[in-house]
Design a protein around this ligand. Structure first.
Ligand code: NAX
Length: 325
């Protein structure tokens, strides 16, 4: 068997962490033949709770779990790591402006980017889940100049999966029949879940525009709020599941004739400002996510993509002014 892969998870004592760590330990992140070593990062006040989760992980007696270490120092947590799942973030508190939120998160993602730059393994892959995910990923990436920029990604796979679920219900087909949905832009309420190129059973998806605009798009974009309303807590197991999907696909590839969605560094494709971390339709091959090229973009899609990208550019400008990138 191969040597264990080091996986760092931040925010390990949180609710996504609680769902995510067991999926990783059971082999679902990288595959049933890949042993993993977990490196958990928490803030000092939550280390004890992370230790509790680690006790439960021990009690799972997972055959693929080769060890668990817990840290409150990012430098140590990212030392030698191959996969970094940045889940811990500063949530928006009452009355907090967007600038304050970005600044508070800069205080987390800047040192984590520096620690990744200093000590992570040369094949490091980073997924940012903690919100605002796209711009947090940009902050971390900009403080890791020695790591190829395309190793930093932000999670929009949950939005992608939510879109698959909604369309599957609408068309009355299993999700396996659906291909080429895409999430564009920011992981926020401005995101654009697009069915423009979507296929059902190999044929173009045909749904009416009114349903798209007044049902599908808002349902996907506001699903997080609907979950909070129903559960009294934000989505956690579905977010963990999407994080598993994101990394598994990154490492193992997308199937021929399909794609998925991820927040990746823009190369300027589709007029998306170069350098920001925006969601695109992407394929994965040989351990790399690539933006799907050459898609025709209709006027409706154009306006929606531009609106979400404008929000990301604003976030970038704010963190630039704050000296965070
Ligand atoms: P919780 O509040 O349950 O857990 C967050 C954990 O992060 C806490 O244990 C906290 O101590 C820890 N933490 C805070 N700062 C840290 C730091 N500097 N280093 C290490 N750990 C730190 O939140 P949870 O429900 O687990 O959500 C985590 C993040 O995911 C939030 O930012 C949330 O907004 C975001 N989400 C992102 C989604 C996406 O699709 N991209 C969807 C789900 C989720 O809303």
């Amino acid at each position: 068997t191969q040597a264990p892969v080091n996986v760092t998870v931040t925010g390990a004592a949180g609710q996504i962490g609680y769902a995510l760590l067991f999926r990783i330990a059971s082999g679902q992140l990288l595959g049933q033949d890949v042993p993993v070593k977990l490196r958990l990062l928490e803030i000092p006040q939550a280390v004890k709770a992370a230790e509790g989760t680690a006790m439960e992980l021990d009690d799972g007696a997972f055959p693929l779990l080769a060890g668990i270490d817990i840290f409150d120092d990012p430098k140590q947590a990212f030392e030698g790591t191959n996969i970094a799942l940045l889940v811990g973030a500063r949530p928006r508190s009452k009355g907090m402006e967007r600038g304050d939120l970005l600044e508070a998160n800069g205080g987390i993602f800047k040192p984590q980017g520096e620690a990744i730059n200093a000590g992570a393994a040369s094949d490091i892959k980073v997924l940012v889940v903690g919100n605002p995910a796209n711009t947090n990923a940009l902050i971390a990436q900009s403080h890791a100049p020695d790591v190829p920029a395309d190793r930093f990604t932000a999670m929009t796979r949950l939005d992608h999966n939510r879109a698959l679920a909604q369309l599957s219900k609408k068309l009355g087909v299993p999700v396996t029949e659906l291909k080429k949905l895409a999430i564009w832009g920011n992981h926020s309420a401005t995101q654009y879940p697009s069915v423009q190129h979507a296929e059902v059973g190999g044929k173009p998806v045909e749904v009416d525009q009114a349903w798209l605009e007044s049902d599908f798009i808002p349902t996907v974009a506001k699903r997080g709020a609907a979950i909070i309303e129903a559960r009294g807590l934000s989505s956690a197991a579905s977010a963990a599941s999407a994080a598993i999907d994101h990394v598994y696909t990154w490492v193992n590839g997308t199937p021929e004739g399909d794609w998925t969605s991820a927040g990746v560094v823009s190369d300027g494709s589709y007029g998306v400002a170069e350098g920001i971390i925006s969601s695109f339709p992407v394929t994965a091959k040989d351990g790399k996510y690539e933006i799907v090229q050459g898609l025709e973009i209709d006027d409706f899609s154009r306006a929606r993509i531009d609106a979400s990208v404008a929000e990301l550019v604003e976030e970038r400008d704010t963190v630039q002014k704050l000296g965070l990138i």
